[in-house]
Ligand binder design. Structure first.
Ligand SMILES: [Zn+2]
Length: 470
């Protein structure tokens, strides 16, 4: 078909209109079937009393099935990549519910997906969220796009589970809103209302039945994100920076990348070719080993759970032996284990370093250990001989700072580098250190204008550090 430019424009306009009309009708009908039968109708704006107190919200399945492995993963990914991806909320656990399970309890059944309450009113309620994976009875038109239906409906229902009601239920819903001729758009105003209105009435909300794109195509609107972050906080990511550093002046950043999407970064070690780090995920401390050339990470070559809680404080690995500190029954405990980069061997040594959770930095070169602990509110450095089995007596101990402001510690035997928070700024200090007496500060500079810096490593030529972002 050959068309002149002007004819083409007319044709385009016509077909666009017809296409759009068809699309809108389809989506509206679809939305009506897919969402208005949620059973009960909830308001989309927030209900303050149902905002969860903790950002870690457990989720479990009432009736998980091996037949639904993919479907259950789609739901978990949908929740993680939408609401959790841009806020401090973590949906955790995702195991099988037992009689005492708290949090959000999901039942899989072929009826209209719904929640029986908003937000934390769902806490521990049996069958509190109902999701449909088969669509044999309800919304059969989802059978041709089950994955999309399952993911988008999950995003909408998890919005309810965070305390968000239907946007079209807001009292300021415009009379002549787009879609107002559609019954489903206005007739869903029933049930109790929310009590917190965030931003202007939002046609594009994933919680708005009037949205011309069904469930907003699963993309949170700007106002969805704004409201979410207002109530649950922004998500803190951990970003790794690699910069040349000669001990005096930093060079430009040569590599930077997000290493964790949660504020869960705990330990970092890098020998120039292989990186090892610990991240807290779903409440578990997990070790990752990845090739890293200072620019790009390779795929994870080894990953294993170190502990079933967020108890991790310091990590050091020389290629054959791993040493780390974890809080065990409130005590800072050091563990030594053989580690070839794949599998951790049994613990060969374990000892209590301190009777409280006051541990901040750990470094060990095979013969001498150095670490920082908070003692009477002061950041104190300790040097002790350590052969991997037994810690010798403290050979040097000195106060680095009069407050608990310590963030990172690195020592190569002659020069110490550490980061402390000074007037709210993450500040790097370089000082000669022979293992006995710290020399005067030879370099100091602000690495970040806020208390953001987590981990610090420096080999004399290249610095790597992890900072929270934003
Ligand atoms: Zn709904």
């Amino acid at each position: 078909m050959v068309l002149s430019k002007s004819k083409f424009r007319v044709w385009l306009r016509k077909s666009k209109f017809v296409g759009l009309l068809f699309l809108v009708m389809y989506l509206c009908l679809f939305s009506q079937v897919a969402l208005s039968q949620e059973g009960r109708s909830f308001e989309l704006y927030a209900k303050r009393s149902t905002i969860w107190q903790s950002n870690n919200i457990p989720v479990c399945w009432e009736n998980p099935s091996n037949n639904f492995t993919n479907e259950m993963r789609w739901v978990q990914e949908a929740a993680a990549n939408s609401w959790q991806g841009v806020s401090a909320v973590n949906f955790t656990a995702w195991g099988t519910c037992n009689s005492g399970s708290g949090g959000i309890r999901i039942q899989i059944v072929d009826v209209g997906p719904h929640v029986v309450a908003l937000g934390s009113d769902l806490n521990g309620i049996r069958n509190g969220m109902v999701l449909n994976f088969t669509f044999r009875n309800w919304s059969q038109n989802c059978q041709s796009g089950r994955e999309r239906c399952i993911r988008l409906i999950a995003i909408h229902e998890f919005g309810h589970a965070l305390g968000f009601a239907h946007e079209q239920n807001r009292p300021d819903t415009p009379v002549n809103q787009p879609g107002s001729t559609q019954q489903w758009c206005t007739q869903e105003r029933q049930g109790s209302d929310g009590d917190l209105i965030i931003g202007a009435w939002d046609l594009n909300s994933v919680m708005n039945y009037c949205n011309p794109r069904w469930t907003g195509d699963g993309i949170l609107s700007q106002t969805d994100i704004q409201g979410l972050q207002q109530l649950y906080g922004e998500r803190q990511q951990n970003r790794l920076y690699i910069r040349p550093f000669n001990g005096q002046t930093f060079g430009s950043v040569i590599s930077t990348q997000v290493v964790s999407n949660s504020n869960g970064f705990r330990g970092w070690s890098w020998n120039g070719t292989t990186a090892s780090y610990v991240a807290v995920e779903n409440g578990q401390s997990r070790l990752y080993i990845r090739p890293f050339d200072g620019r790009n990470f390779g795929s994870v070559t080894s990953s294993q759970a170190l502990s079933s809680s967020d108890s991790f404080r310091g990590w050091s690995w020389n290629g054959t032996t791993a040493s780390y500190v974890a809080i065990n029954n409130g005590q800072s405990t050091l563990y030594i284990r053989p580690f070839d980069g794949r599998t951790l061997g049994s613990v060969t040594s374990s000892q209590v370093l301190s009777s409280s959770d006051n541990f901040r930095g750990w470094s060990w070169n095979g013969t001498t250990a150095s670490y920082v602990a908070i003692n009477n509110g002061q950041s104190t450095l300790y040097i002790r001989p350590f052969d991997g089995r037994t810690l010798g007596s403290v050979t040097s101990s000195q106060v680095l700072s009069s407050s608990d402001n310590f963030r990172g510690w690195s020592w190569n035997g002659t020069t110490a580098s550490y980061v402390a928070i000074n007037n709210g700024q993450s500040t790097l200090y370089i000082r000669p250190f022979d293992g006995r007496t710290l020399g005067s500060v030879t370099s100091t500079q602000v690495v970040s204008s806020s208390d953001r810096l987590g981990d610090w490593s420096w080999d004399g030529a290249t610095a790597s550090y992890v900072a929270k972002y934003p």
